[in-house]
Each structure stands twice: as structure tokens, then as C-alpha cells.
Design a protein around this ligand. Structure first.
Ligand SMILES: Cc1cc2nc3c(=O)[nH]c(=O)nc-3n(C[C@H](O)[C@H](O)[C@H](O)COP(=O)(O)O)c2cc1C
Length: 245
């Protein structure tokens, strides 16, 4: 079937739906943001795009700081709620029973319940139309210890992260490959050791089998008992024959 052509839009899915915390420990807010992502690896530069009419907009513009909190299945409800209710009317932390945690570099609180919280400082703003894009450097990443194993590796598969696509929230499915798996060389399987069979092996096996059978049969036939040399279970002392040599 041919593809339908639609007018221009932003149909690039799936995307993360993150909870951005802003403000400070006293007066804070959470805004759900889908327009977010990575701009550069090193230095780590990320962005969030926020409409000026959002309550959070002025807070972020003023403070020039925010925290991107990743969301998981446990946070799906709060993620949606913080995306349809305004901080101008609600204290989103207390309404959603979320815990504020002090950040390392920014005044905005981390959301304790989030598996990962990324502390960001705004370095640039760009407005293209509906949204202002806050471009920010990453100051540090706070990863929940419960997903870190004894070797110090963060197991992202255990976070139950969610994605957003075209109006819906989705749980991430099974991991189906790892970076570069498409070009990875297949591990060679060791060939089975070849047994060298001596020429007369068959005959020997036959002989052994015969002997085995024989010895088994022999065991079945009761052996003639030795003459008892015990009386009432006491060993009999044979008298030495003086004349015997
Ligand atoms: C899944 C989802 C994604 C959203 N993404 C954005 C976004 O990228 N930018 C934005 O300005 N608003 C976004 N919104 C809407 C805001 O989160 C919403 O208007 C919120 O109530 C604003 O909160 P505030 O007024 O407390 O700042 C999103 C909402 C949802 C549910």
C-alpha cells in the first residue's frame, strides 16, 4: 500500500515523556515535557521546549536551571497529571505524593521516585514559534542505586521506562538487541572432538561385552561355601601338627 501524505507536523515517535522539576526546594513545580532530547555528547548538551504560557516557563527562564527526571511505569499517572494540571493552581509534588530531594548543583529539587534525574543549566534559548527551546549543559546525573549492580553497572532494563507516541504512553518492551549487534561477529562454536577409533575397537568391545556378561553370570551362581572354620562365631584354633613341616 502507498503512504499517505500529511501536512507538516512533528510525527517523530516514540519520545520520552519526562518530568521536569524547576524552582527551588521551597517553591517548586513539575512540568511534563515531551519535546526533549540530546543535542551533543561531549559536552553533554540537552534541551527542553516549553510554551511561554506554561506556569513553569517563567520559573525556568528566571532560574536558568531545571532537572529532567526520567519516568517509568510507576510514574506514568503522575507524568500525565503533571502534564494536564498547572502549578499555578496545584502543588504537584504534594498532589502526586512525590518526594523532593536536594540536587547537587541546581536549586530545583530532584524527584526522588524517578529512576534517573539529570541536573541541567541553561546556556541558550531559542524560539522558533510555539515553544522556547532551553538548551542546557548537563551538570550531573543522579541514578537510583537500586538499579546499580555490584559491578557498578546501571541496569536500565530494570527501570521500566515509558515512552510517549502520538497521544499514548507505552511501556518499553523486551530488549531486542544491543548497540552494534547487527555487525557483531558470531561466536565460533567449538567443533566436537573427533574420537579416534582403533581398528580393532569393534572386536575389543565385543570381547569386553562377552567378559562383562560372563562375570555377571558368574556372580549369579552361588559360590560353594568354604568349610566353616568358626564355631559359635568364634574362630577355631587349629592345633599345630607337630610333625607337619
Ligand atoms: C505527555 C505530555 C507531554 C508534554 N510535552 C510538553 C512540552 O514538550 N512542552 C510544553 O510546553 N508542554 C508540554 N506538555 C504540556 C504541559 O506539561 C502542561 O501544559 C502542564 O500543565 C504545564 O504545567 P505548568 O503550567 O505547571 O508549567 C506536555 C503534556 C503531556 C501530557
Amino acid at each position: 500500500m502507498a503512504k499517505k501524505v500529511w501536512k507538516a507536523g512533528t510525527f517523530i515517535y516514540p519520545i520520552p515523556a519526562v518530568m521536569v522539576s524547576c524552582g527551588d526546594m521551597e517553591k517548586s513545580n513539575i512540568i511534563t515535557v515531551g519535546w526533549t532530547g540530546i543535542l551533543n555528547t561531549d559536552p553533554a548538551i540537552v534541551y527542553i521546549s516549553v510554551r511561554p504560557e506554561r506556569y513553569s516557563y517563567n520559573i525556568i527562564k528566571e532560574k536558568k536551571e531545571f532537572v529532567i527526571n526520567l519516568t517509568n511505569e510507576d510514574l506514568a499517572f503522575a507524568t500525565d497529571w503533571c502534564g494536564v494540571r498547572s502549578g499555578s493552581k496545584f502543588d504537584k509534588f504534594s498532589e502526586m505524593k512525590l518526594t523532593k530531594e536536594k540536587a547537587n548543583y541546581v536549586e530545583a529539587p530532584l524527584i526522588k521516585e524517578a529512576p534517573v534525574s539529570v541536573e541541567c543549566r541553561v546556556i541558550e534559548e531559542k524560539t522558533y514559534g510555539t515553544h522556547t527551546t532551553f538548551i542546557a549543559e548537563v551538570l550531573c546525573i543522579n541514578a537510583d542505586e537500586k538499579y546499580i549492580d555490584e559491578n557498578g553497572s546501571f541496569d536500565i532494563s530494570k527501570c521500566d521506562l515509558i515512552a510517549y507516541a502520538n497521544g499514548g504512553y507505552y511501556a518499553l518492551g523486551e530488549k531486542i538487541g544491543k548497540f552494534g549487534y547487527s555487525v557483531e561477529k558470531k561466536k565460533k562454536t567449538k567443533p566436537d572432538k573427533v574420537k579416534v577409533v582403533p581398528r580393532n575397537a569393534k572386536r575389543k568391545i565385543k570381547e569386553n561385552k562377552f567378559l562383562e556378561k560372563e562375570s555377571r553370570n558368574a556372580k549369579l551362581i552361588p559360590r560353594p561355601r568354604k568349610k566353616a572354620n568358626r564355631i559359635n562365631d568364634k574362630p577355631i584354633r587349629r592345633k599345630k601338627n607337630k610333625h607337619s613341616l
